[in-house]
Design a protein around this ligand. Sequence first.
Ligand code: BES
Ligand code: ZN
Ligand code: ZN
Length: 484
Amino acid sequence: MKPAISKISQIHPDQSVICILGKNEIPEWLKLSKSEKEFALKQLTAGEEYAVINSYYKNTYIIRINENGSGYKQKEELRKTAFNLRKIIRSNNHTELVIASHNAFNGAVEAFTEGLVLSFYKFGKYKTKKEKEEKYNYPSVLLLFQGPDDEDLKWLTDLTDSVYFVRDLINEPVNHLNAPALADEIKKIGTSAGFSVEVLNKGKIETLKMGGLLAVNKGSVDPPVFCILEWKPEKPLNASPLVLVGKGIVYDTGGLNIKTGDYMDNMKADMAGAAAVTGVMATIARTGIPLHVIGLIPATDNRPGGNAYTQGDIITMHNGMNVEVGNTDAEGRLILADAISYASRFKPELIIDIATLTGSAAMTFGVQAIAVMGNADRKYFRLLEECGNEVYERTAELPFWEEYGELIKSDIADIRNVGGREAGAITAGKFLENFAEYPMIHMDIAGTGSLKKDDFYRLKDGPGSGVRLLSTFIKKYAEGLMAK
Ligand code: BES
Ligand code: ZN
Ligand code: ZN
């Protein structure tokens, strides 16, 4: 269970407290003895990340901010410290825990709380016996003292709720979450968060001639789905919507070009883009962001079944273009392409797709950055980069020169779904650009969308990459329009 987050205006002397210190000065309200204070300050000045003081009825955790580095780096330090403290906190069995600051920068309490909440996540659904560490209670309530205002607190709650939801979706294996089941989950959260969801079934997908999605689905025994999520507030600030597209491959075996060795590891997470889009829609609907936003999620598994699509097939896409299949493992771009051309009917201001698309992006940036590229106005890339630093889901841009488009030319069809081994992340983006009639940004989260080990509070398996980034991007974009 995710801890609840609320605010308090007073601290009771026997409450356990985490206090973030801006200066080497311990506040009176922590009610520590002289020797306890001396002990804590000695530890912190010796360079320790934190000091813990255990009295018999409470624990006090004191955290020192590293003064070097700019605002966003300091916030990230606090999120990481929260992760480092998670085990001690858990073992102390708090039912509630106060998080406070003294002389710290604005946003310190939020950043620490965010890191802690995200570190407490567990995918425990399939454990029939409680694990040893689970017998300890997580604090069920975090009480923030001198922290955010009500609006910021709601944002933190909405955002972390979404990350938990997205992690649950990604971590669910395909035998429990096929494409129709994914659509059901999207409908459920749509109802609870307040955005609308329409699910197109296979018949409708055939009528729409979404040849990419249908081809990838041919080897599957489950039907594909195409989900349309919409958040339309009463008076949106944008005349044309923002369209988010998420790759919903609920499992990627590679198809007939089957993945070998350990390349199939965690391929249940190949719908991390779809999960992220759903999470972002939930955040902005719950928060009530005054922008019209549409989410498109094409979903299927990619398998080598009896009638599976093959290398060499030529498929006609939703926009009428013919694609030569050079590799059935380059399936993501086929389903995304249909969604991106479907987006034209909304005349969007901007299309952003998010996808675990290429091993190449993962090899280039590792787990540290989301690869971004596209033909949209620079102002969107700038804002994305700024938000990426702020939430520390950083973006790194790849070139998008037209010459890269040459690599996916086909002799016999309009285009091929693969280039050579070179520039694989870019040629995938270039492929998508062929289907975008409106400005687009492509985000490849192959490196960040599923992790082999915890990267601090970005927990392994499905960390929820892109949710905090895109939610913040949309919020800040709306704030920019409001300021005009
Ligand atoms: N889902 C994979 C990409 C991927 C790889 C995501 C590793 C996360 C971790 C995608 O569908 C894929 O298989 N891409 C191929 C494309 C190639 C055949 C051109 C790849 O990157 O190897
Ligand atoms: Zn693939
Ligand atoms: Zn894939």
